[in-house]
Design a protein around this ligand. Structure first.
Ligand code: BGC
Length: 572
């Protein structure tokens, strides 16, 4: 059993290492957090959409897997123009997913298992069906309610041109024109995402008060933290100046040093206010930022001591499977985060990007790849290679200092479903790109739990509806049920790695020392006391250095050699 640890290791104990689980102060420094994309995790009521009832039933799975916290993606009432990132009520649960009392029960159950719970906060925009937006439209130009959003007169003699040239991240102009009840066009409103997601005006004190109250509402319900959606977007340049040519090329990124709507200085004041709210609670509360900054120094500004606690490391996520690029991403992140006293939050996949198993199963780019459209150009997909690299990547990620985020299904070895039928696609990117970009549905396909035909236990037996996205038949060999008894499976690799990580004194927080003697195509580092991780990115096998024991390897070792595209954890 190559990926089993040596028996009776001295540090192996049933005690939690330093308690990323409940009770520990600053638990986010080394927690492993599992992202539950709620609509695709488990369907409790048989309507084909994941919900709180389904999640509650699967909590023992998460606890046994060995994670410390659960980030539950969007559960708020929403017309679902963007998978729920268009919220109409920040203090309730969409009936599609359950109810507020059920959310309270879920929070208690998560805590009873010794886990923590994070939820999403979407502060850049509401739904266009939020009562505030209805009031803004009804009140007409100049009303106070309109000042909660960003309305402007159009350009051109009839005002029929958008106020500036900003582009929606999902394609097309970032402006839509409001229409009076009699059909007369009037002012334009800003939406950096879909027209159903109008941007809030963060120069308005009422908006600040409202979000601080929302934070308290959920903290009072026992939520341990928030993942801040597009944390780099709330502050806009005075006068809303046009984008320059370079910014138009790079819609989603903050490449420009003074970008008019990404990663602006004004954001930090907002976060200082939120940190004060979190710090006013006796039991620690935290924030993790989904922030795109132009470099890791800029990103580290979001997690300075009086601001947010952690920020996803997207440089790591978008690195190709190449030792040099991975090492650069790791080094830069560790250095810049350490400079502000924050842990690094490692992540390989989420609900917005192509699953890493699929990215790694293609010829690797020199630079970052995360958009499905670009990714498809990269050549044929090799499932075996992608799986092999994903296994190695799991061991690399969980051996790094800091906290880590797992995206549901990566522990089962799920791949991106790239052949969803056109009519099944629901991501607004598909429509807004004029059917040129298939969007993010491929990483959101419902989880396979058991059985040999769809819905693979995702919905209860005899459910009335099919899963909201079709699952590939080949996932019959990736169900949690099939994998749980197979010691060579991805699921067992993750379980074992998480178990070791929790018990081993070197893992989680602490130092990382690179081994200076390794050649190109290899990453090798030591974590004191007594732990070494070696990742072989090359195709050929590598002779292992002297060591005391093998804790875990991503593939069977070959007479003391680590095969290509594989990783090993050693004691020494
Ligand atoms: C979320 C996306 C969402 C967008 C707009 C992102 O960062 O993760 O899923 O479409 O924000 O809210």
């Amino acid at each position: 059993m190559s990926n089993r640890p040596d028996p009776a290791l001295p540090w192996e104990t049933s005690q939690r290492r330093n308690g990323a689980r409940r009770g520990a102060v600053e638990w986010w420094h080394d927690a492993v957090c599992y992202q539950v994309y709620l609509r695709s995790f488990a369907d409790g009521n048989g309507d084909g959409v994941g919900d709180l009832a389904g999640l509650r039933r699967r909590l023992p799975y998460l606890s046994e897997l060995g994670v410390d916290a659960v980030w539950v993606n969007l559960w708020y009432p929403s017309p679902m123009a963007d998978g729920g990132y268009d919220i109409t009520d920040y203090r309730d649960i969409d009936p599609l997913f359950g109810s507020l009392p059920e959310a309270r029960t879920l929070i208690e159950e998560i805590h009873t298992l010794g886990l923590r719970i994070l939820i999403d906060l979407v502060p850049n925009h509401t739904s266009s069906q939020h009562p505030w937006f209805g009031e803004a439209l009804a009140g007409g130009p100049g009303c106070v309610e309109r000042n909660r959003y960003i309305f402007r007169p159009g350009r051109g003699s009839d005002g029929d041109l958008p106020p500036n040239n900003w582009r929606s991240v999902f394609g097309g102009s970032a402006w839509s024109r409001a229409v009076e009840p009699d059909g007369m066009p009037e002012e334009w409103y800003l939406h950096l995402f879909t027209p159903e997601q109008p941007d809030l005006n963060w120069n308005n004190a009422e908006v600040h008060r409202e979000f601080e109250s929302v934070l308290r509402f959920w903290f009072d319900h026992g939520v341990d933290g928030f993942r801040i959606d597009v944390a780099h977007a709330m502050s806009k340049a005075p006068g809303l100046p046009d984008l320059g040519p370079a910014d138009i090329e790079l819609i989603g990124s903050a490449a420009h040093p003074d970008h008019p709507h990404w990663d602006r200085e004004g954001i930090h004041e907002i976060f200082r206010g939120w940190r004060a709210v979190a710090d006013s609670y006796a039991e620690p509360r935290m924030f993790v930022a989904e922030a795109c900054a132009r470099n890791s120094e800029r990103l580290s500004r979001y997690v300075r001591p009086a601001e947010l606690h952690t920020a996803f490391n997207f440089d790591y996520l978008t690195s190709p499977w190449r030792a040099a690029q991975m090492r650069t991403a790791i080094d830069k992140s560790l250095t810049t985060m350490a400079a502000v006293g924050a842990p690094t939050a490692w992540v390989l996949s989420n609900h917005d990007v192509v699953r890493h198993l699929t990215r790694y199963g293609r010829p690797q780019a020199e630079g970052p790849v995360h958009d499905l459209a670009d990714h498809l150009l990269a050549g044929p997909f090799d499932l075996e290679l992608g799986t092999r690299r994903a296994r190695a990547a799991a061991l690399l990620t969980l051996a790094l200092p800091g906290c880590a985020y797992l995206y549901q299904g990566e522990e089962l070895g799920l791949w991106e479903v790239e052949d969803l039928p056109d009519e099944a696609l629901q991501d607004p990117i598909w429509q807004r790109s004029g059917h040129t970009n298939r969007g993010r549905d491929g990483c959101r396909v419902p989880m396979p739990w058991s059985g040999d035909t769809p819905p693979f236990g995702f919905s209860p037996d005899h459910a009335g509806s099919d899963p909201w996205l079709p699952q590939p038949q080949q996932w019959e060999r990736l169900t949690a049920q099939v994998q749980q008894d197979d010691e060579q499976s991805m699921l067992e690799l993750y379980r074992r790695a998480l178990h070791i990580r929790r018990a081993h004194p070197a893992l989680g927080k602490g130092a990382l020392l690179w081994d200076p003697t390794t050649g190109p195509g290899v990453l090798a580092f030591t974590r004191p006391p007594g732990f070494q991780c070696i990742v072989n990115f090359r195709p050929d096998a590598l002779r292992l250095p002297d060591h005391d024991g093998v804790l875990l390897s991503s593939v069977p070792l070959d007479s003391g050699r680590l095969p290509g595209d594989a990783a090993v954890w050693l004691t020494r």
